[in-house]
Write a protein that binds this ligand. Structure first.
Ligand SMILES: [Zn+2]
Length: 192
């Protein structure tokens, strides 16, 4: 039944029709000059902001794994990301830092940034984003340990006045030697 699978253009057109309905429900005129192209623009923006559903995280990682004999922690810090909270479909955004203890190989730095995007560009919660990045690095590198920390600001909290405007949320996940050894976790945080 392959003909039931929608093409990107069909999905974007359908999203646009829903955005048009939303604009009308808000009491606005979707035909006025400033809004007439908005449903299509919003649809394209949403499709792009959720592009992670159409990417394979393991495939991204496996493109750039190199042999490496070192045994010390490798840290890539402050990878910027933008995501959408799955409860309100409002943005949350911040930075992810990843540390791992290599086990015979290492990964190209830009691939870790792409991996974060694969999981960020979905309907997400910050805790799961952190855990999924951690699991994907551990799975594809067979690292001796992986640790991921994530700091983010959530517009669903700020816009709705639930939180103080300057607050942020920090999440962390770790596997392997980072789970066994608190000193290694300390070493990671001291490198951030
Ligand atoms: Zn939310």
């Amino acid at each position: 039944m392959a003909d039931l699978i929608k093409t990107p253009d069909e999905i974007i057109a359908e999203l646009a029709s829903h955005y048009r309905a939303i604009i009308e429900l808000l009491g606005e005129d979707p035909e006025r000059e400033g809004l007439v192209k908005t449903p299509m623009r919003a649809a394209k923006a949403m499709y792009q902001a959720t592009s992670g559903y159409r990417e394979n995280p393991d495939g991204v990682m496996k493109q750039a794994i190199f042999e490496y004999a070192g045994s010390q922690i490798i840290v890539v810090k402050d990878i910027e990301f933008y995501s959408l909270c799955e409860h309100h479909i409002l943005p949350f955004f911040g930075r992810v830092s990843i540390g791992y203890i290599p086990n015979g190989n290492m990964i190209g730095l830009s691939k870790l940034a792409r991996l974060v995007n694969v999981y960020a560009r979905r309907l997400q919660v910050q805790e799961r984003l952190t855990a999924e990045v951690c699991q994907a690095v551990a799975r594809t590198l067979s690292a001796r340990g992986v640790i991921v920390s994530c700091r983010a600001e959530h517009l669903c909290m700020k816009m709705r006045g639930v939180e103080k405007q300057d607050s942020s949320t920090v999440t962390i996940d770790y596997t392997g030697e980072f789970a066994d050894n608190p000193q290694l976790r300390q070493e990671f945080f001291s490198m951030l």
